[in-house]
Design a protein around this ligand. Structure first.
Ligand SMILES: Cc1cc2nc3c(=O)[nH]c(=O)nc-3n(C[C@H](O)[C@H](O)[C@H](O)COP(=O)(O)OP(=O)(O)OC[C@H]3O[C@@H](n4cnc5c(N)ncnc54)[C@H](O)[C@@H]3O)c2cc1C
Length: 293
């Protein structure tokens, strides 16, 4: 096997559902948790040389994984967690949990990550998605990122070389982020922590956090809210198989137990068709499906 002798955990036929917040997905032929970015680079090199398919997963909080599983190697970044604190800056590896970083930054009285306390992804996933909420987004904090490029080398990108937009980063699909350098502002510790608590409280009131989900399923169309359109079209509470449009928030699809990826895809397609028919909006997904449609 191409990963023979690599340091870190390797599993054969590993249930992908354990790698996503939606708790959906068949077996990964192999799952690998690199311990360092050099392991990640080496695994990539070996797999490419052997023409083995590769998939990159962070916390799996924005992903729908296929019922039939994924061939080849699913690389999971969550062990890449080194962190160095500087003067209102941090260098942090891609697998570091964003919500934990937000809390630690807030504890120091540094401003900038208040929006991120309730976002369950990794730093790498947040950069590549330009994660944001409550009027903030990670792009505004980035000084530079390092990444493995398509030709397998490590390269550093300065902020000015990267384009960001609403859930958009120009590096997406091009590179694997290995680390980011983020810059914060001087703030008031009590106020920052208070804001984070409020953001968390709002989320638990408005989002179905107690049932497996992947956050917002659809992107907001310009000038509108996907959740409001889906709710107005009467989809709250409707389900296909184990996938249900949340009663709490219409842009969330929850796994009420044993949902299949095909249930979620069918529900997404039905919602898209109906919202298009009723309101003329072409809803695009924010979540990503890694598999054949
Ligand atoms: C309850 C809940 C609330 C959420 N709220 C928000 C919110 O408020 N705002 C928001 O923006 N999002 C939100 N999300 C979605 C999600 O948490 C973010 O998109 C997050 O940034 C995804 O990070 P991840 O590590 O889970 O990425 P994954 O889901 O593992 O991967 C997503 C994509 O990023 C790629 N990727 C992952 N790591 C890397 C890397 N190191 N380099 C290159 N590509 C990589 C993957 O290949 C995949 O294409 C929410 C999700 C949940 C479940």
């Amino acid at each position: 096997m191409v990963l023979d002798g690599m340091p870190g955990r390797v599993e054969k036929n590993y249930p992908l559902k354990q790698l996503t917040t939606w708790k959906i997905g068949g077996p990964a032929e192999f799952a690998y948790w690199p311990q360092t970015f050099q392991d990640l680079k080496e695994a990539r090199q070996r797999a490419m040389a052997a023409k083995v398919p590769l998939w990159l997963v962070g916390r799996g909080s924005n992903l729908l994984l296929p019922d039939e599983g994924l061939p080849g190697i699913t690389l999971v970044t969550t062990q890449l967690r080194s962190i160095d604190w500087g003067d209102y800056t941090v260098r942090v590896e891609a697998g570091y949990p964003l919500a934990r970083l937000a809390q630690e930054v807030g504890e120091r009285g540094w401003g900038g990550l208040e929006f991120a306390r309730g976002i369950p992804g990794t730093v790498g996933g947040a950069v590549i998605m330009n994660a944001g909420a409550h009027g903030g987004e990670i792009a505004s904090l980035i000084e530079r990122v390092s990444a493995i490029t398509v030709n397998g080398t490590i390269r550093t990108f300065e902020r000015a070389e990267i384009e960001f937009g609403y859930r958009f980063c120009s590096l997406r699909g091009e590179v694997w982020i290995t680390e980011a350098v983020l810059k914060f502002t001087r703030g008031d510790r009590t106020e920052i922590l208070q804001m984070m608590r409020e953001n968390l409280r709002n989320r638990s009131m408005n989002q179905p956090l107690e049932i497996p989900n992947a956050g917002s399923v659809f992107r907001n169309p310009p000038g509108n809210s996907a959740g409001r359109l889906i709710e107005a079209a009467g989809w709250k509470g409707r389900s296909i198989g184990g996938a249900q449009v949340s009663n709490k928030h219409a842009n969330f699809i929850v796994n009420t137990g044993g949902a299949k990826a095909t249930d979620v895809l069918a529900l997404i397609a039905e919602i898209q068709r109906d919202v298009q028919e009723k309101y003329g909006f072409d809803l695009q997904t924010e979540i990503e499906y890694l598999g054949k449609k």
